[in-house]
Ligand binder design. Structure first.
Ligand code: ASP
Length: 339
């Protein structure tokens, strides 16, 4: 870790900077002044120099839309040369979507981008805000990190491998199908052999359409209207289907397979993920799933829902067709190294 570096902190909203209101917590401006009051001089001496850039519209991240991902990426691009590393303060609810989207928009990278927030607001007793921020500032100075990470609850996770898994725990984020990149205990540990290599940063920030990617969540007894709504909507470019186990759909449902075939014939990419958080998709393991291979459904392997959603938005906005999208889920092309 190196405290002679300069870090830009981009504050987008989220619990970390929220204050109470009659309606519950709401985002509040003035984070930099407030956080500096909580950091005593001895601590500040040991931290890298940092500045806070506050977004014009601070949001609860449950209100974030794909266009917000592009706004954050654009700010990073505008300031990329002036700083050595970046911290993005974000609400936890959709942090994993934003982190994944940033990872696809900036690849490769020559500096770290660390996304963090907190479960308890700054200034509230037992808040995790200062710990998460100081850990993130330290990781943002690393000479070994060249990727988008989530730093939360003493864990450093690959941004496009992370999910929010617990509503109230302070270690709410984990990456079900990928090792942690680092850990904060008495010492800070960074697992070098897992990290992405750095290269001159390349930004590809598309104009996202907020509604082109839809979800089709399968459940026992699903009806035709629920199946057809995402597949037939005029603005749909890609659909994530959440099936069972290793990727098994109810192929005896009279609507499902014909509706998928029809959507695929109209150029819509359908990616199959599982209700299960751990493990891979294997569409050929059962005959129910093998049907999907026959009609051209893309097996989403072990990618998280958040990363698949962000990746499909990125690929469709960049103009990739079904073949390109399929390749994006089986090669490292779009930034996700494994899925
Ligand atoms: N609703 C909040 C948000 O996502 C939750 C949080 O930040 O923890 O902005």
């Amino acid at each position: 870790m190196n405290n002679t570096k300069r870090i830009l902190v981009i504050y987008t909203g989220g619990t970390i900077g929220m204050v109470p209101s009659d309606q519950g917590y709401v985002p509040a401006p003035g984070f930099e002044a407030r956080v500096r009051k909580h950091l005593n001089d001895d601590i500040v001496q040991q931290l890298p120099e940092f500045e806070v850039l506050e977004m014009d519209q601070l949001i609860d991240s449950s209100n974030a839309v794909p266009a917000d991902w592009a706004r954050v990426a654009t700010l990073l691009q505008q300031h990329w040369q002036q700083y050595d590393g970046f911290v993005v303060l974000h609400g936890t609810d959709t942090m994993a979507y934003t982190a994944a989207a940033l990872s696809f928009m900036i690849t490769p990278m020559d500096k770290p981008v660390i996304v963090t927030g907190s479960q308890i607001p700054l200034g509230v007793i037992r808040s995790d805000a200062v710990d998460n921020l100081t850990n993130s500032l330290l990781f943002a100075t690393s000479n070994e990190l060249f990727e988008v990470c989530i730093c939360f609850g003493n864990r450093l996770l690959r941004g496009n491998r992370a999910s929010k898994l617990k509503t109230t725990a302070l270690d709410t984020f984990d990456s079900p199908n990928f090792e942690h990149l680092g850990k904060m205990q008495i010492d800070v540990e960074l697992y070098g052999d897992l990290l992405l290599r750095g290269d001159k940063a390349d930004f590809c920030i598309p104009e996202f359409s907020n509604s082109s990617v839809k979800l089709l969540m399968l459940y026992p007894g699903i009806t035709a209207d629920m199946i057809e709504a995402p597949l037939k909507a005029a603005d749909t470019r890609a659909v994530i289907m959440i099936s069972y186990g290793v990727g098994n759909p109810p192929d005896a449902n009279p609507t499902l397979i014909p509706a998928l075939e029809d959507a695929i014939s109209r150029g819509i990419a359908v990616v199959n993920l599982s209700h299960c958080l751990w493990g891979d998709i294997e569409q050929g393991a059962y005959s129910t799933g093998a049907t999907l291979n026959r009609i051209g459904v893309i097996g989403g392997r072990d990618i998280t829902l958040e990363a698949a959603f962000a990746k499909l938005h990125w690929l469709t906005s960049m103009g990739f067709d079904q073949n390109g999208i399929s390749a994006g889920f089986t090669t490292p092309k779009a930034g996700e190294i494994k899925a």
